[in-house]
Design a protein around this ligand. Structure first.
Ligand code: NDP
Length: 322
């Protein structure tokens, strides 16, 4: 079968299309024929070396497809099931052997490509809005990269929770996309100082929470916008990792909370994984959550897909399809 792998860290050019043996289902595993592999920013951190990985690596931490075989002791899924997952690696391929306890069944009302599009970014948006800081009606929140994969989903979930949403985006086209997702105040941070706009519109120190997947370029200004005991949820590094922070900065800002959450700690148990996926699929099936897939790209063109993601040329979800 065909797969994408890299044997050294570097730019998108290290991604290679290779021919590899088909996987077999070991104990507790299912082999999935992949319909769609989700592209995520974390794939670029694995490729570049920002996050440590063992080389050679087959990237991709999200996918959907049909179960083709199961190993011993598998009870969660059966051959022929439509399934999706986030976490286990190696989805940039035609098939993957995945731990069955990390697979969720996809209901008939949800397409396989839409399922692949929400497993990682959607469950991230879910835990950020419902658990990291459970948004209450009237809470003001700021979501950076509001037209991105996480951003469009988090904006919609924040509105479902009754929050007032500020978003930042990097282009005029993305302003429209973020507004259509329900953002109350969209700021093009390449044209305006986002902190000035939030303080002017929302009032000084008005935010209950900042959800920041952009990192280095926005962190300090974001911290300055929080209300007393507000929450800074820094969950990504699209512009680079946030430098070390002094605890005194949190005190000076008003007894602030700083957290650096990661999805895999919020789907650490199977009931939690199933609950988050069921909420997302339920919202999708009842038209409460719109999933935007900006690009469906052939698996062989994974390097071009990484270039587009890092070049800020995508919005919503990008899928790789074998
Ligand atoms: P996005 O689709 O949001 O793409 C990243 C966006 O970040 C870009 O489109 C761009 O939007 C913005 N951006 C700002 N500065 C830069 C820069 N210097 N270079 C590139 N992009 C920049 O990606 P994802 O939805 O996949 O992920 C968003 C963030 O969330 C990432 O940091 C990712 O690592 C993180 N994440 C964290 C998880 C967790 O559990 N901790 C799970 C999932 C994602 P614009 O042009 O509008 O500025």
């Amino acid at each position: 079968m065909r797969a994408i792998e890299f044997s050294s860290n570097g730019g998108p050019e290290v991604l290679e299309l290779v021919e590899v043996p088909e996987p077999t289902a070991g104990p507790g595993q299912a082999v999935v024929h992949i319909d769609s592999a989700g592209l995520n920013f974390i794939d670029t951190y694995h490729r570049s070396g920002l996050y440590d990985v063992t080389l050679p690596m087959r990237p991709g931490v999200e996918g959907s497809g049909i179960v083709a075989a199961i190993g011993d002791d598998v009870t969660e899924v059966a051959v022929g099931d439509r399934v999706a997952w986030a976490g286990p690696g190696g989805s940039y391929a035609e098939q993957a052997a995945v731990s069955a306890d990390q697979l969720v069944r996809v209901p008939d009302a949800v397409s396989l490509d839409a399922a692949a599009a929400v497993m990682l970014q959607g469950m991230t948006a879910h835990y950020l809005a419902l658990d990291t800081h459970p948004l209450a009606p009237g809470d003001k929140c700021l979501i950076h990269a509001g037209a991105g994969g996480v951003g469009l989903l988090l904006t919609q979930i924040a509105k479902l929770q009754g929050a007032e949403v500020f978003t930042t985006v990097g282009s005029a086209a993305k302003v429209e996309l973020s507004r259509a997702a329900g953002s109350d105040h969209v700021i093009n941070y390449n044209e305006q100082n986002f902190a000035d706009v939030v303080a002017e519109v929302g009032g000084p120190n008005s935010l209950a929470v900042v959800y920041d997947g952009v990192g280095a370029s926005v962190f300090d200004d974001s911290l300055s916008l929080l209300r007393k005991r507000g929450v800074m949820a820094t969950f990504g590094n699209a512009s680079g990792p946030v430098p070390p922070v002094s605890p005194l900065a949190l005190s000076a800002g008003g007894s602030l909370f700083l957290t650096r959450p990661t999805l895999f700690d919020y789907i650490a148990t199977r009931p939690e994984l199933l609950k988050r996926a069921a909420d997302l699929f339920g919202w999708m099936a009842t038209d409460k959550l719109d999933v935007t897939i900006s690009h469906r790209i052939p698996l062989a063109e994974a390097a071009e897909a990484h270039q587009m993601l890092e070049g800020r040329l995508t919005h919503g979800k990008v899928l790789l399809q074998p």
